[in-house]
Design a protein around this ligand. Sequence first.
Ligand code: HEC
Ligand code: HEC
Length: 294
Amino acid sequence: MVESSREMPTSSDRNSAPEPATTGHSWDGIEEYNKPLPKWWLYVLYATIVWSIGYYVFYPSWPWANGYLRGVLGYNQRVELEQTMVAAREAQGALLASIDAAELPEIQADPDLRTFAVAGGKTAFADNCAPCHGPGGGGQVGYPSLADDDWIWGGSLEEIHQTLLYGVRFGHDESRISEMPAFGAMLERAEINAVAEYVLSLSGQDHDAAMVEEGSAVFADNCAACHGEKGDGIRELGAPSLADSIWLYGGDKNSIVRQVTQPRHGVMPAWIDRLDPVTIKMLTVYVHSLGGGE
Ligand code: HEC
Ligand code: HEC
């Protein structure tokens, strides 16, 4: 025999230790010992049996003739869920009532009310406003961004609230109204061309410098009353600034000429008859929080 084989158990080694009994089963020569279960395992089994009896006594368990064994604690998940919901509704109801009673600046100043109002306003915005103003109020052509500090009608809580309640050019008695005249019927083509070049110059875009003088005179006579002498807009009239890079209908020459010739007018619905006062307040605080609130 070779040296290394001495460490291998030989049949005579195995025979020298007492052989534990086997169950007699044999699979491919592998036999199964017949040993008692480990103590720890048995104790865990007994413990779970005791636990389960306790469970049957206290908690709902077996199906029974008229339903199921209810257990002495009377525990019921559905009842528990209902209790949680009632508690949540009560907590919400209290906040909603506080928002109803508070002035907008008070909501703004109270961290709990403000957080709740912003969350509620965000949901209502997605449902009612996002189709026009874009998700997050980013705006699109014809629909102003509500997330910047460029306001047509004003960005204070009070002004936003007013816009939401009554809308713009909506036909409600209190709607904000103003109308840019169609200058196509009032000015010469050349005058419109010149004033458009002047408007381009106001926002620092490329323009025909030779036409600015004439354009500036046309502007002073026809446009300044609404858009301001420097073209920076007048909010009471809903006339947007023409001196920045934010445009409702486009800031290129064609868009400006089109607006001067045959103006478009945005319509924003009034919400006073569609949403409850608390939702409108929450929307106001939410819009104010988007970045441009004044
Ligand atoms: C049908 C489209 C439409 C829907 C829906 C709509 N808006 Fe407007 N909104 C407009 C338009 C158009 C304007 C711009 C009006 C104008 O040209 O002066 C506007 C203007 C505003 C302004 C004034 C912006 C400024 O610069 O002064 C606010 C604030 C506003 N919307 C908030 C909301 C909120 C909040 C909702 C949802 C409750 C909403 N809007 C739903 C179309 C819409
Ligand atoms: C009676 C007031 C009034 C007068 C006068 C007026 N505008 Fe306007 N203008 C407005 C209003 C209001 C709007 C915004 C329309 C809207 O919100 O839908 C506007 C919008 C515009 C816009 C679009 C701005 C943008 O952001 O897309 C341009 C450009 C413009 N005006 C140029 C002029 C020029 C040039 C004149 C003079 C020839 C003029 N306006 C005269 C009230 C006026």
